[in-house]
Each structure stands twice: as structure tokens, then as C-alpha cells.
Design a protein around this ligand. Sequence first.
Ligand SMILES: [Zn+2]
Ligand SMILES: [Zn+2]
Length: 233
Amino acid sequence: MIDMHLHSTFSYDGKAEVEDIIAQVQKLGINHFCITDHYEYENGKLVHDFNVEEYFLTMDKFDLPRGAEISWDGVKEAIFPEGFDYLLLGVHRYDENLPPDELARDYLERTLYVMERVEFHTLAHLDYPARYANADFKANRDLIEKILRFLVAREKILEVNTAGLFKHGKPNPDYWILEMYWDLGGRFITIGSDAHEVQHIGRGIEEVMSKLRRFNFEYVVVEGKKLFTKKLR
Ligand SMILES: [Zn+2]
Ligand SMILES: [Zn+2]
């Protein structure tokens, strides 16, 4: 099993100590994992403290890749530090006061804007607002297609985030979006639980992977400091 989206106590909202994450993945038989702590820019500044220096030292000490989930609201400037091995791009901002179709549209437009301007490997949890709000992504297939085509053209990776299963019963993105990605030629995906506590590590991953079997995707993992693809069944 793999779990490529985990938060430790280096994240403002993470409750799992790095040592405890390592012990838990061993216990669960997860052979590839990556800690991807929050590095979030809003309105031109870091929203939460992230001690990057200490983080790098800790990852190096345990011989783990230096991963991050970077975020940017698209306002003012965002500066991301050098030296990370793996960058997940997570867009978290949406306007919950908008009607469902506009909420999704606004979120997707922001996602596209950010994707075009930030360096990253993997797009995290596309359709993220569906987890918390009434958002109509089906009404915005055109924009979703644009985002997926962008990923395919640049050989970026689409993440399947299983945390949504425990909020609204679907992974992020939903299966129909993953099917669309496949149909557009998307082959690289990765999967992560987005666990913020030890008990959530690996949650939902086997369930979602079994549903994706028919597509024959290549799963991307980080080994040492490099990205590799794996055929997982
Ligand atoms: Zn996120
Ligand atoms: Zn996350």
C-alpha cells in the first residue's frame, strides 16, 4: 500500500509526530509514503508558521523525502522555498456563499490560475469544496477538462485523496473526474489519505484503489528524493 499525503505536527493542524507516523506505516505495511506538511500563502504571506529548516533536518534524519502541500490563494505573491523533493499543490480557498455551480466554477478558475503559476508535481484533491459545501462540479465539466488537459500536457500527477470518503462519501476528485482524466490520456495518479492524525493513515486507500483497477493507472511514489511510477493493483 502507499500513502502519499500525510501531515505531521509540522503542520499547524497536524497531530501526528513524525516518529509515530513512521511506526504506523510500518505497522500497516505501507511501503511508500510521504509527509506533505502545509506551506500556505495567502494575501502575500505565510498563513501558518512552518519551520522549514527544522523540517528538512527531521526528514533527512529519518531518510524521508522532503514533501510539502503548497497552497496559494492567487492573491499577491507566493514564494516557495527551494529544497523540497515533492510538491503537492492544494487549493483550499472557495466562497461558500456562492450558489453551488458558481462555487465550483470559482474554485476551478482559481485552481487553474494557480496551476499556471506555481511549480508542483501533483494536483491535490481537485473538487475539494465538495467535501464541505454544496458545490456543483458536474455543471463545470468544461473547466475540469481544461485542468485535466493541463496536467496531461505537462505530465503532472493527479492525486486521489481519500479523506473525502469520510466527509461526503466520495474521494476527491470523484470517480467520474478520474474516468475523464483517463479518457483524456491521463495516466499518472497518486493516492493519499490526507491524515492529520495517526489513526487516519492509510484510510480508504485500498477501497478506492480497488474501484480504480479497471483504469490501469500508474501510481507515482517518492523513493529517496526521486519520483517513480508503479503499477499497483
Ligand atoms: Zn489540502
Ligand atoms: Zn493535506
